[in-house]
Design a protein around this ligand. Structure first.
Ligand code: XIL
Length: 352
């Protein structure tokens, strides 16, 4: 009898320990998850995703679900992949991402309707009149946004239309054939198709006050004044540790856009470390500071509701391909382990 009682007590103790550890573990999990913390702070936290990787890599999927409340298709919603031949649309890969997001209660950023890259050959090689290209633009926006109406609440309508130096509009097929009106046309077409969707102009290098951000500011101010339906500016935030964006200048830029009634979102953040110096640990620490500061700016700004990274982990980052050298620009490493940048985001999100 005694033995049985002792066994019972031991069993109860063991169960208490097991439940205790599990409970502690689950509260730790709840505390250390970016999406829950971001939600408490009133912003979404997102990342670019690739359908191919989503299909094949469990650890990538786990991180994506646990830490992110929003996804942006990294490639699958660009013009070329969506309309590989004229009037033939292929939504399969993009639909896969949207279905995954829905299943895991994540928002989707539509990216991107009008850009000078990732265009199909039929479009770039065709000899179009102005009216023909306007029809192509309108048809594309109508079909794509129509397909996702009610499922995608925010779109990058026009991407990277301002030239590198900030002095003019970028010389693209859209500008050459349609003229500068292509920008407002795109926003008007988009608004017609889905009046509920929030419509963004998205660009890089315009985070701080400076030549390029002045040009972007002037562009959106003009659109606003003429009642073109535009809701916000996406700051890509492809930056590095060598010349990191200045916190006060970024905050001032967000503020002047707020005064125009514009939302801002950080849309594609990554922080290259190959441009810096020092040991790997020093570089990763410098990187974590850039993430911390930019998240801080977003949290402090009245008009910043979203903060997205351009990839889940270093393994699938576009940057080494783009720079043609190794780099490690994201918050999880090649093996999906958290980096100092992840800890920095956690800290700043927890700080009240
Ligand atoms: C990049 C993707 O990461 C690559 O996989 C693709 O080949 C080219 O485009 N600015 C943007 C993004 O708006 O769409 C770009 O994404 C990175 C720069």
């Amino acid at each position: 009898m005694n033995k049985i009682r002792r066994f019972g007590v031991l069993m109860l103790l063991a169960l208490a320990v097991i439940f205790g550890v599990a409970f502690y573990g689950s509260t730790q999990l709840a505390n250390n998850n970016l999406r829950a913390l971001a939600k408490q702070r009133g912003i979404s936290i997102g990342t670019a995703v690739q359908m191919q990787v989503l299909r094949n890599d469990q650890s990538y999927r786990d991180l994506l679900v646990r830490h992110f409340s929003k996804v942006t298709p990294e490639y699958e919603m660009k013009f070329g992949p969506l309309q590989p031949e004229r009037d033939r649309f292929d939504f399969s890969a993009a639909d896969g991402i949207v279905a995954f997001a829905k299943e895991h209660d994540q928002e989707v950023r539509g990216h991107t309707l009008v850009w000078h890259e990732s265009l199909p050959n039929w479009l770039t090689e065709g000899k179009w009149t102005r009216d023909e290209l306007i029809t192509i633009l309108q048809q594309h926006i109508k079909t794509v946004m129509g397909h996702y109406r009610g499922q995608i609440g925010v779109w990058d309508v026009v991407n990277e239309a301002v030239a590198e130096d900030g002095n003019s509009l970028r010389d693209t097929v859209w500008l050459q054939k349609i003229g500068k009106e292509y920008i407002e046309m795109a926003f008007r077409f988009a608004h017609e198709v889905d009046p509920q969707a929030r419509l963004f102009y998205n660009d890089y290098g315009g985070e701080e006050l400076g030549k390029k951000s002045n040009a972007i500011y002037a562009l959106v101010k003009d659109l606003r004044q003429r009642n073109v339906p535009i809701d916000g500016v996406g700051m890509q935030m492809h930056v590095g540790i060598k010349n990191p964006p200045n916190l006060e200048k970024v905050a001032a830029n967000f503020k002047r856009l707020n005064q125009l009634g514009m939302e801002v979102q950080v849309t594609e953040m990554d922080v290259k470390i190959s441009d810096g110096s020092g040991t790997i640990m020093q570089r990763l620490t410098a990187q974590s500071e850039v993430y911390r500061n930019m998240m801080q700016v977003c949290l402090s700004a009245q008009n910043c509701q979203g903060f997205s990274l351009w990839g889940v982990n270093d393994r699938y980052s576009w940057l080494p391909r783009f720079l043609k050298k190794p780099d490690a620009p994201l918050i999880f490493d090649e093996l999906s382990r958290p980096k100092p940048a992840y800890e920095a985001l956690l800290e700043v999100l927890k700080k009240s």
